[in-house]
Design a protein around this ligand. Structure first.
Ligand code: ATP
Length: 304
């Protein structure tokens, strides 16, 4: 993978689209103070995913957008595109489809940055990983800014180690290790949460098992209760039926007795009428009483 062209559009002092062809033989860019040499290096860092405004010598990331001059208005966006020669096909699998890889970063005021690789939207992290795997990137010690040589000479062993690791081509592995560690930490946190959930579910399970046992006992008792109630109702019905039968028998006997008594009464009345008719008028009054009493007595005997 080789950088072949850097195109700037609205980036810092490069208000108009400007191409920097990075061909064999290019050894340096020379120009007067303030002509934009450092801006080129910053554009290179920026397109590779730099997200610290201080590294762009600005207070906010939107400071990279052309701010305007006395004669030209400010721009609303800045775009930097980096063309990479991928004829060796050493780009990561996701970007290794063609011989030419075009990575574009665009920042729009109040909206922020967006990245594209070969016209497809990609995440900043994907772009950073692409360059990290190629042992370069926004933080590569190969990109030396003003005063950095002096800093490197006086650097601590840890900082020097980064340069050696990059030369050995393992800096991408460090970035991946960091990412893997983050994922691992996330997985560990999730595992802890899963443990909590399992514990909660265990408590719920024992509670539910207790309730299920109670429900089964309730069902069993309910069935016994219904059976007992059924037997009781049947017994009461049986007793009531027997009582009804006895009462009907008694009624029938009573009705017969009453009918017989009625007949006896009729007969007694008739006998009294005959007696009354046979007696003379003087005796009729006394006899009437005797006859009536005798008839009533007879009727009573007959009835009982
Ligand atoms: P030196 O050799 O002194 O380090 P240089 O060639 O590296 O200079 P740069 O520092 O790259 O130059 O460019 C500085 C120029 O870029 C300044 O003229 C500055 O006004 C201009 N500049 C920086 N940011 C913006 C911006 N957002 N909009 C317009 N111009 C900008």
């Amino acid at each position: 993978m080789r950088f072949s062209k850097l195109r700037l559009n609205g980036f810092k002092s490069f208000v108009d689209p400007t191409d920097l062809i990075i061909a064999d033989g290019l050894t340096g860019v020379v120009g007067p103070n303030g002509c934009g040499k450092s801006n080129l290096l910053e554009a290179l860092r920026w397109v590779m995913g730099e997200n610290r405004p201080t590294a762009m010598r600005g207070g906010g990331m939107e400071d990279v957008i052309f701010a305007g001059t006395a004669t030209r208005p400010a721009r609303n966006f800045a775009e930097v595109s980096l063309q990479i020669d991928n004829t060796t096909r050493l780009a990561p699998a996701a970007f290794n489809e063609s011989d030419l890889l075009d990575v574009v970063r665009r920042i729009t005021r109040d909206i922020g940055s967006a990245y594209k690789a070969n016209s497809k939207d990609v995440r900043a992290r994907d772009v950073q990983m692409l360059f990290a795997d190629a042992s370069t990137g926004a933080h590569s010690p190969a990109l030396v800014r003003q005063g950095q040589i002096f800093e490197l000479i006086n650097a601590k062993p840890k900082a020097r180690r980064r340069i050696l690791e990059e030369a050995a081509g393992i800096s991408g592995l460090y970035a991946r290790r960091h990412e893997a560690e983050l994922k691992l930490r996330g997985a560990e946190t999730n595992l802890l949460r899963v443990d909590d959930v399992i514990e909660q579910l265990g408590n719920q399970l024992s509670q539910l098992a207790r309730q299920a046992k109670q429900a089964a006992r309730y069902k069993e008792l309910g069935a016994s209760l219904r059976l007992a109630e059924g037997l009781l109702l049947y017994r009461r019905w049986k007793e009531a039926d027997e009582a009804r039968f006895t009462a009907e028998e008694a009624l029938r006997a009573g009705t017969v007795t009453a009918a017989q008594a009625e007949t006896a009464v009729q007969k007694a009345i008739k006998a009294r009428e005959i007696c009354e008719a046979a007696l003379p008028a003087s005796a009729r009054r006394r006899g009437h009483c005797e006859c009536s009493l005798a008839a009533v007595e007879r009727a009573k005997r007959h009835a009982w």
